[in-house]
Design a protein around this ligand. Sequence first.
Ligand code: PGA
Length: 232
Amino acid sequence: MLIAGNWKMFKGPDEAGAFCRALRDADLPDDVDVVVCPPYVSLEAAVQTLAGTEVGVFAQNCHWELEGAFTGEISAPMLHELGVYGTLVGHSERRQWFGETDETVAQRVRTALAQGLHVIACVGESEAEREAGETDAVLRRQVGVLEADENLVIAYEPVWAIGTGKTATPEMAQQAHETIKSVLDLPVLYGGSVKPDNAAELMSQPAVDGALVGGASLDVESFAAICRAASL
Ligand code: PGA
């Protein structure tokens, strides 16, 4: 099981340091891999505070070129230099607001993996796509551009469940994860309004290999509770 906390645009370096100090002291299970994904400016504080622990630090995105004229972007070697372990790629907020496409996601994933970063690549259908019966086709298209890799994990995040309090039912998650695994046989995390009180049920599905948690990862106690819910 892997539990990753996606902080999005929350927590500057001071808050990140305080969170990571509290996380170091929290009661985390040994059989669950735990990852936090702070904003770029807080990565260094997180890496330093969590040094010597089992908690991994991931960025929230990573460019496909190693350097160049790409204002506002960050490359894999830069993340490496900071001691960052991996990166999210293709989050639906990147696809929705920042023009990310299946092709740019695939390029970012390829470069990050080639540069030795672990990657959590995010996929998921919108509400309109689910209602039109297109969930399967969308997932097959989004996952189909990626290649299997031992350092790659997929996160299934139905867009209608992100930050809305609406969670996919365990059966919906199981079905979507089976579709994804039929394209690429990789671990698949569920994301979308995961909370301490729904985590255990979602995680009990055989094809659910962990969770990508947004809002509920911003508080140490609720994040640690989700990590414990994922423990066998
Ligand atoms: P949420 O976000 O848990 O706040 O719904 C999940 C995500 O976007 O990764």
